[in-house]
Design a protein around this ligand. Sequence first.
Ligand SMILES: Cc1cc2nc3c(=O)[nH]c(=O)nc-3n(C[C@H](O)[C@H](O)[C@H](O)COP(=O)(O)O)c2cc1C
Length: 138
Amino acid sequence: MSKDIAIVYWSGSGNTENLANAIADGVKEAGGTVDVYNVADAEVASIAEYNKIVLGCPAMGDEVLEESEFEPFYLELESLIAGKPVYLFGSYDWGDGQWMRNWAETASENKLQVIETLIVQQADDGTEDAKNLGKRLV
Ligand SMILES: Cc1cc2nc3c(=O)[nH]c(=O)nc-3n(C[C@H](O)[C@H](O)[C@H](O)COP(=O)(O)O)c2cc1C
């Protein structure tokens, strides 16, 4: 099995899931292969083997990652993937993207190579932007 691109997401009401699927569509349109996982079904050690890792989580709590499923997964993964290219994305509503700035900053401090971030306000259709990100991944 090719371990090229993995997309792992958490989504409470489907917006981040839609972005995950649009990114995957972009990868496929560009001729790449991709595996998409709901974080509930993803195993940290297996995800760490992919060449490029794309992680999606909406702004939750007060400008933080979702704390019961996604954050524990992410923290464990982070320790295994120093130096790897990662792409971060997610949906948000009333904020200004602070959760993503914090996430990208922490990831960089912990030696991940954050190549791109994509945030989409929940009222906007981010499908095209997400697809284009997928194309750039290939
Ligand atoms: C419990 C909860 C906390 C949230 N906290 C924030 C926040 O701090 N900042 C923000 O911009 N949006 C916040 N939101 C809005 C979500 O990020 C937004 O609805 C997003 O589209 C949800 O994505 P999803 O459909 O993938 O779950 C929050 C939503 C919920 C349910």
